[in-house]
Ligand binder design. Structure first.
Ligand SMILES: [Zn+2]
Ligand SMILES: [Zn+2]
Length: 228
């Protein structure tokens, strides 16, 4: 058996998304914190078993999936969340401003209607609040930054490991739509906050992985210029 999963830096993997799992999945990232596994986003919902297989093929145990952090409430990012929770007791985290859409299975706010599908009302175990929350895993920290714009409760995450700063910025490119509660002014401020992180690697939701630093900066600045 082979896997298309990709190790980005030690213990940080791209395990799902177009070309790896289902074409309608946004990118799915996995961080191994010395055996405790954290998932960032969960795909559109049809590729749960494929995601699990990819984790197993990396030699990791899906039963150790302790946290699933959702970058925002859209179906291509949250679809398999209920399956992880039911199968492994994985805790679901999302910013409080996007939590209601998940809890209510809101087909407009989750964009499930755009995808011709539905999302069941799903309990959130931990709501991230305010500008920043830091989650500790052993000696390491995973930083969750509130980066509203695409949706009111969009977050970006970063991890410092082995001298590199890895930024997980899923839908930082937009799009912006009234149904999503998008806010371009808030987004511009969010992007300035991300630029200030000076990240070495950007793990995007739909356009792949960008490095080094100059390409991360260039990617964000290119979108900012479009909305001058
Ligand atoms: Zn989105
Ligand atoms: Zn997306």
């Amino acid at each position: 058996m082979r896997t298309n999963a990709e190790e980005i830096i030690s213990g940080v993997y791209l395990i799902g998304g177009p070309g790896i799992t289902s074409a309608d999945d946004a990118a799915i990232y996995l961080i191994d914190f010395a055996g405790t596994l954290v998932l960032i986003d969960a795909g559109a919902g049809k590729s749960f078993s494929q995601i699990v297989r990819n984790i197993e093929m990396l030699g990791l145990n899906p039963a150790n999936l302790s946290h699933l952090i959702l970058t925002h409430c859209h179906i291509d990012h949250i679809g398999s969340a209920p399956f992880f929770n039911e199968s492994y007791g994985t805790k679901i985290l999302i910013h409080e401003l996007d939590a209601k859409a998940v809890e209510n299975g809101d087909s407009l706010k989750t964009a499930a209607n755009w995808y011709g599908t539905t999302f069941p009302p799903t309990a959130v175990d931990q709501k991230l609040k305010g500008e920043r929350e830091t989650l500790k895993f052993g000696l390491e920290e995973l930083h969750c930054l509130h980066t509203p714009g695409h949706t009111p409760g969009s977050i970006s995450l970063y991890l410092d490991r082995e001298g590199k700063r890895v930024l997980f910025g899923q839908d930082i490119h937009g799009p912006f739509h009234r149904d999503f509660g998008s806010d371009i002014d808030a987004w511009k401020k969010s992007m300035q906050n991300l630029l200030a992180l000076d990240a070495d690697i950007l793990c995007e939701g739909h356009f792949g992985i960008f490095q080094p630093k100059e390409r991360v900066r260039g990617y964000i600045e290119r979108y900012l210029e479009e909305y001058e």
